[in-house]
Structures are given as C-alpha cells and as structure tokens.
Design a protein around this ligand. Structure first.
Ligand code: PRX
Length: 640
C-alpha cells in the first residue's frame, strides 16, 4: 500500500503544513480520497469552538473496518495484520493475517448482532491484551455499535461508573488475564460491577486463562460457543453497517481535574483519517514493517497506534500481553529481536524502569531492525532520551517524542521520523493541520519565540473530541471555555528560540503517573470513602520512574497510637483506593496530618502541599493568608 500523503522531506513538511492551515478543506479532502467510502462528503469541515461543534466530512458514509480490513484483502490478505506475543515467552506467538482477522471480526460482529446489539448501542470491553480484544473492538465498529474499552486494571466500581455513564447494554470480557507472574481475574470483577448497575443484559466471555468462572444463566455467554454456532449453523455474516461520518466510533473515559472521569467521544471518519495520517507520517511507516506499540488498548494510544492507525494503513501491528520486566528486563528486546520489530513506540516510564537494569539486559540482543523509536504519555527527561537513543537505537534510529491526548485522537506535536529535526525532551513541531497557540493566564496570546504559556489549539483537526458522552456542556466547560475560541489542552508548554515546542506538564490538578492520567479529586474521593478518613488532599511529586508519584495528606477521625497502627491504616486506605479506582491510583506516600493548609475561604493551598511533597521546605512562599499557618509547621515535621 502506498501513502501518497506521506511527507518525504523537510521542505514538503513546511509546504504541507502551510497548505493545511491555509486551505484545510482542500488539504484534508485530498487525503480523504485515499480511503473507502460508501458515499462521499458534501463539505470537509465546519466548526464552532464556542459551542464545541465540529463536523468533518459531512454527508459521507463509511465503515471504518472496511478501511482497516476489507480493502487490504486483495493485495495483502496473507500478510500479518496482528502479531500476538503472549505474556509467557515459552508460549508460542500467534499471527492473524488480514484475511484471518477479517474472518474473525466478521464472525464476531455477527455474534453481536445475533444477541441483539444494534447500531449506536454502547458495548463496554474489559479484557486483557489478547487478539480477541482487537476483534471485539473491530466487531463493534463493524456493526456501528459504540465501543468503550475499560483498562483491565480498573476496579469493579470504576467499571460500574463507566457502564452507567455510557448506559451500556453489553460487556465483553475474558475469564482472566496474565500480567508477568500474576493471573488477573477479569470476569469476577465484571460480576461484582454488575451488582452496582443494571443496564447490561449480555456478557460475552472469552476463555483465555481457563480459570473457573461463574456464568449467570440468561446473561453470560461463552464467546467460543457463540462463534461456533455461527460457523456450525452456517449463519451468514452480517454486512458492515454504513455509518455517518460523524457517528460516534467510541467512548474512552479519561480523568480531569474535577468529578468523575468523562467519556471522550470520537467520531468515525475524522478519527480514521487522523489516526491513519499521523501513523503514516510520524513513524514514516513503510509497507511490511512491524510496528510495536507497547501501550494497552485500554488507553487512547492503544486505540490509535495498535489498532486503527496501523490497520487502516495495512500495517503489521504487534500486540504484547505482558510487562517489560518479566521474566526479566530484556523482554522488550527479545520481542524486538524475535519479530524483527521496525518501530518501537513506548512510554518514558517504561524506558526509565528499564534503564535501572543497566546495559546487561540489552547484551546480545539483535536490535538492528529497529528504525524508529517513539515515546508518548509524559515528558521524557534528557537522560532517558539519551539512553533510548544510545542503547536501544544505537544512535541510528530517530526518536519521535509525540505529544497528544485522549481528546486529540492522535499525535498533535511531534517530529516526523528522519524528516523533521528532533531535540531531546522536545515534541518539536506541530503536525499539518495543528495550529498551537500559547496563552498567558489572562488569555493574551504569546507571540514569537522563547515564550512559555498554556497550550491551546486554534483550529479544528479531524481527530478532535466531539463531545463528552451524555453531557455536551461538560465538553464546552472543560476544553472550550478557559480561552474563548480555542481548545485548551491543560498542558503548559515552552516554545524555544527556534520555535520548537516542549511540553512542561499539566497546569491543572491532573497527575501523570507512569503516563496514566489521574485526577487528584478522583483519588481524594476514593480515599475519603474509607470510613476512618475525615478529609484528604492529594498532590503529585517527582518520581524517578513514574514521572510523578501520588502523595496523599490524610486527616483521620482517630488518633494514631504508634507506627504499627499507622502502617495498618495506610494499608486499609490503599485497599480502598484499589477498590474504588484500581491499583494504578494507589498513593506512593500517605502522610497523616491533623489539619490542611486552607485559605480563609476554605480552599486548600495545594501549592504548599506540593512543595512539602517535593521536599522544598524552605520555599513555601507566603503562608500568612492561611487560616491557621501553624498547620504548615506540623505537616513539615511529619513529612514522609
Ligand atoms: O500532559 C500531557 C501528557 O499526557 C497528557 C494526556 O494524557 P492521556 O489523555 O492519557 O493521553 C496519553 C497518550 C496520548 C497530556 O495532556 N503527554 C502526552 N504525551 C506527552 C505528554 N507530555 C509530554 N510529552 C509528551 N510527548
């Protein structure tokens, strides 16, 4: 497959960028012609940022899976679409060719139709990183159902919150999943979640680990039995649903600075074009290359750069079930060698966790195939960048530092591998179509170079968020209100003397822990659910591996007699957080305090708590406006 819109050199980058900004209709219209449509569009883009209404490819009809599967069959039906590397290196890897993936998706989409799932119904998917997860996602898209993948580390309560918000009628899950030396139960967590919500009438269960699970009659169905019925009875496969360009493709829940996670809604056509365009250009994908994105499909990176980007481009995408450090810290390198991986796309936190093991795990690993390296999810520190460049890429594989968000659908600011310049810890330049603007606190645009401000985007792009599910006002309030007429990212950013962009981190109360977005309010709500807790305040602090760690200040309703009691209470609070959100939100440090620094109006002064968490005890700034300044001294004394 050729990509006529793949940028070939620096001059073309500049000229394409110019065209995309000056005439987006012509630019994106000509790119969209390279996809399969049932009906073409009447207009390319209409957008109003004040009401957060954006329409791309109005009037067009398509099915994204025909772009990801059907259109590749003739030319590359026998080429691997998905290479699956299981958790256990002693088990065989598995390959699904485009033809096989097409067959599996067609079968399973017929299963979904048979059990009554229709266009626009919401289907939650709670599975491990196995090919059936990809099949389930694509099968939903094939019948026009809206998928909402829930990361396998989330708790029953988190699943229930998402199911209720999405009003989902079906959950697809598996018995369990493997993660390193652990077996993680999934179906039992779904059972627990379904006690907390009542919209789900069908649960489809894929048998993966073979562990015994309870099957509720009339509700729970085995995946293999349903598929076998289609095959044995010879039920004809369903035709793919022709959906409107703007019909929602999926909902993905993500944390913000307030309230419960919100359901970010992505459309079908715009998202598809953006996923494909960014994949082909940023990684400079060449036919037959193997692309290994180490993210989980429970996050946006997995959606866009394991599934929709690579598959729409006819690429070979590698799915890995396990973790980078099991059975040893050479696991990624073994996979790269075994499958001759060309492109490796991972998170700075993974790089830092592997750096700790030194060079030993890389010894005798043949990484000559690696041509492009990528990072995503959080700022990458220079030390990690150089280690990645020296030890993994042998200074011979460009690193793309890709900045983007769940809401942006795909990569927004990044160098293009080998085409545009890279600079350690800089995302560098915007992709065509992306118009970044830096603002000061008062909404004044910061012109020129060598400036820092809040990062906004001034123009619509195809992959942008369309709404927050069930609550459009929340979308307007969260993203389009801080700076009228602009999309506000929530990130701080520097534009250096050469006009290159460096993301400096969140400017709101959102933490980035190991590349996962976690709202401080969400963690506080979870901690406060423990009956012993009166109040809590959560902030981030610098963490060598995770980027940011979670530091919780907690007021209890009882006195702590000794250290043993304190440590038992900490365990109880960690358990509560695991139950309410999931283990990823567990605080690294819990400090019991008797009061929190509050202003006279009752607002917690997080600035002070952040400084104490960082150990910057002598630069707390003015504390005289606090209701009770002595609180600060006592917190400083018992710092963890
Ligand atoms: O703060 C930015 C950080 O991750 C946030 C988005 O998180 P999420 O929606 O979970 O998506 C992660 C994967 C796209 C951003 O607001 N972030 C993401 N990529 C980078 C980054 N920070 C610095 N550099 C990056 N390359």
């Amino acid at each position: 497959m050729k990509y006529p819109y793949q940028i070939q050199n620096l001059d073309q980058y500049y000229s394409d960028y110019q065209k995309s900004i000056e005439n987006p209709d012509e630019f994106w219209g000509s790119i969209a012609e390279h996809f399969e449509w049932h009906e073409t569009w009447n207009s390319v883009v209409h957008s109003d940022f004040l009401t957060a209404k954006t329409i791309w490819f109005e009037g067009a009809k398509l099915n994204i899976t025909e772009n990801c599967l059907d259109r590749h069959l003739e030319e590359r039906g026998n080429q691997p679409a998905i290479v699956f590397e299981p958790n256990d290196p002693n088990k065989p890897s598995q390959t699904l060719t485009y033809q096989e993936l097409y067959d599996r998706v067609a079968e399973f989409s017929t299963v979904l139709t048979n059990i009554g799932i229709q266009k626009s119904d919401r289907v939650c998917i709670y599975m491990g990183m196995i090919p059936e997860l990809a099949i389930a996602v694509l099968a939903c898209a094939r019948i026009g159902a809206i998928h909402s993948v829930i990361f396998g580390g989330f708790s029953a309560q988190s699943i229930a919150d998402r199911v209720i918000d999405a009003q989902a009628s079906c959950i697809i899950t598996c018995d369990g999943a493997y993660r390193g030396n652990k077996e993680i139960p999934l179906k039992p967590v779904v059972d627990q979640a379904l006690k907390l919500c009542d919209t789900v009438s069908e649960v489809v269960v894929f048998k993966h680990t073979g562990t015994t699970v309870n099957m509720t009659k009339g509700r729970d169905l085995w995946w293999h039995e349903q598929v076998n019925e289609i095959i044995e009875v010879g039920i004809p496969w369903e035709e793919p649903e022709r959906v409107d360009a703007e019909d929602p493709l999926f909902i993905l829940y993500t944390s913000g600075s307030t309230g419960k996670p919100k359901g970010v809604v992505h459309s079908t056509a715009g998202y598809m074009v953006w996923a494909n365009y960014t994949f082909v250009n940023v990684f400079q994908y060449q036919p037959k290359q193997v692309h290994f994105c180490t993210a989980d499909i429970g996050w946006i990176t997995g959606h866009t750069y394991i599934l929709y980007g690579p598959l729409s481009a006819g690429a070979t995408t590698l799915m890995f079930e396990g973790i980078p450090t099991w059975p040893d810290a050479g696991r990624f390198w073994d996979i790269c060698q075994k499958h001759s991986v060309d492109i490796l796309y991972t998170a700075p936190t993974a790089i830092r966790s592997l750096m700790v093991f030194g060079d030993e795990p890389l010894k005798n690993k043949d990484l000559r195939h690696l041509k492009v390296l990528g990072t995503v999810g959080e700022p990458i520190n220079e030390e990690a960048w150089h280690w990645y460049d020296d030890k993994v890429g042998k200074n011979n594989a460009p690193i793309v530092d890709t900045w983007w968000q769940t809401e942006t659908g795909g990569i927004m600011i990044s160098n293009l591998a080998g085409i545009t310049p890279s600079k350690p810890s800089f995302a560098t330049l915007p992709l065509p179509g992306i118009f970044p603007v830096l603002m000061d606190e008062n909404g004044k645009i910061l012109e020129g170079n060598s400036v820092s401000g809040n990062l906004c985007i001034a123009k619509p792009w195809p992959g942008m968020i369309r709404t927050t599910f069930g609550d459009h006002q929340r979308c307007i309030d969260t993203y389009f209100s801080a700076y009228k007429g602009y999309y506000f990212t929530g990130d701080g950013c520097l534009r250096d003397e050469d006009g290159l962009y460096r993301i400096t981190g969140r400017v709101d109360d959102v933490l980035n822990v190991s590349g996962h977005r976690i709202g401080t309010a969400e963690v506080e709500n979870a901690i406060n659910m423990n009956p012993l807790v009166v109040e809590s305040a959560v902030v981030g602090f610098s963490h060598d591996i995770k980027g940011q760690g979670i530091y919780a200040y907690v007021i209890l309703n009882k006195e702590i007699a000794d250290e043993e009691m304190a440590s038992n209470l900490r365990i109880q609070i960690l358990r509560t957080v695991s139950e309410v959100i999931g283990p990823i939100a567990k605080p690294d440090k819990i400090q019991f305090v008797t009061g929190l620094p509050k202003t006279r109006s009752g607002k917690i002064m997080r600035r002070i708590l952040r400084k104490i968490a960082e150990g910057e005890l002598n630069s707390l700034g003015d504390t005289s406006t606090l209701l009770d300044p002595s609180v600060v001294e006592s917190i400083k004394l018992s710092r963890m």
